[in-house]
Design a protein around this ligand. Structure first.
Ligand code: HEM
Ligand code: FPP
Length: 314
């Protein structure tokens, strides 16, 4: 029995190449979503200027944003290598498991954030480079240490989380405008059901690592569910803001209502965590809300792009 159980563990260790470690250290899936939201901002900003978004600068801007997002994710893991080692979800991360050293991770992270921001400032505008650097700095130097101090960290972390589409807009337009603020607001509000579901799912992990999420600070799930519900309701009017700004038409508006209703429905279902459910049932409704959150966002942005007002000349 002991022999068969050790085979998958041994082969898993062998497969863990440096490339796979980098993918984990750079939080590839989250960084990809960051780039998708920035791309939406860039696309909509270009359309507003009547410029074809599908040009070299678009690729360069997304590359720069992706590099800075990856770098800030690595620096986040440098700072959290000890608490990551205490949580089941993160214990196998390359720095927590000491497969990648502190200097190696810190140098890569600093280089990616520094050079990526500089590159962005060169290929787009200095404002875009500066905002991206500010986003990375607030994520790494404010949000990350605050996680162990107060549950207000989630609110603070929602600022860097929401800035990428605004950054994408400024890369195309050179300035911050109301449309960019609307995109920021959508991302900001979206994060709360997303994160409260995660906080509930991993509350035992977070408690062990001394990270103060709502689900740990206020046991029982009431505050966790209330926050998720408040923001899922707010998501509906906020997601319609682009229509009132004239960025998109009512086809997008109808999609925003339908997608928002689904997001709200899964959040209402998530309120079930406050009842005396079996642990598996409670985990399932949180896991489902997390899944729906990462499907909802790209769908909403796709609808926005497909029904955006404005034309560009080829
Ligand atoms: C306060 C803000 C946020 C917090 C604390 C947070 C935290 C997390 C955590 C811990 C996970 C892992 C869940 C798991 O392993 O089961 C996750 C998943 C994910 N997050 Fe967030 N997140 C936040 C905002 C964002 C933002 C702004 C984006 C991108 C725009 C994003 C994109 C994703 C994606 C795509 C996943 C699923 C992929 C994966 O599991 O690796 N998140 N988030
Ligand atoms: C353009 C640019 C610089 C973007 C970078 C900002 C960025 C990566 C935002 C993600 C939002 C966020 C707070 C994630 C949670 O990290 P966490 O530390 O709570 O997650 P973890 O527990 O999985 O490490």
């Amino acid at each position: 029995m002991a022999v068969t159980a050790s085979i998958p563990a041994a082969s898993q260790a062998r497969r863990s190449t440096l490339l796979a470690d980098y993918a984990e250290m750079f939080k590839l899936r989250v960084s990809l979503m960051v780039v998708i939201t920035a791309a939406a901002g860039y696309y909509l900003g270009s359309l507003r200027s009547g410029i074809n978004p599908l040009q070299m600068q678009f690729v360069q801007a997304m590359l720069g944003i992706g590099i800075v997002s990856a770098g800030s994710s690595a620096l986040n893991q440098v700072l959290e290598r000890k608490s990551d080692a205490l949580m089941n979800r993160t214990a196998r991360r390359p720095m927590a498991a000491a497969r990648i050293g502190l200097v190696h991770g810190a140098l890569l992270g600093l280089l990616a954030v520094g050079l990526g921001s500089l590159y962005l400032a060169t290929v787009t505008t200095p404002l875009t480079g500066f905002l991206t650097l500010l986003t990375a700095a607030s994520y790494v130097a404010i949000y990350t240490p605050l996680k162990r101090i107060s549950m207000i960290a989630t609110f603070v972390g929602a600022f860097p989380g929401a800035l990428p589409p605004l950054i994408g807009w400024t890369a195309a337009r050179g300035q911050i405008e109301w449309e960019a603020v609307a995109l920021f607001a959508i991302l900001f509000v979206w994060q709360f059901p997303h994160f409260e579901a995660i906080g509930w799912l991993y509350r035992v992990d977070y408690a062990r690592a001394g990270i103060r999420v709502t689900a740990v600070a206020v046991p029982g799930g009431r505050a966790t569910a209330a926050q998720a519900l408040f923001y899922a309701i707010l998501m509906l009017p906020v997601s319609l803001w682009p229509v009132f700004l004239g960025m998109c038409g009512w086809i997008y508006g109808a999609c925003a209502i339908v997608f928002g209703a689904a997001y709200l429905w899964y959040t209402v279902r998530f309120v079930g965590i406050t009842r005396d459910l079996a642990p598996d049932a409670s985990r399932k409704i949180a896991r489902d809300l997390l899944k729906v959150s990462v499907i909802y966002l790209p769908l909403l942005l796709a609808a926005m792009i497909l029904n955006a007002h404005g034309r560009f000349a080829y």
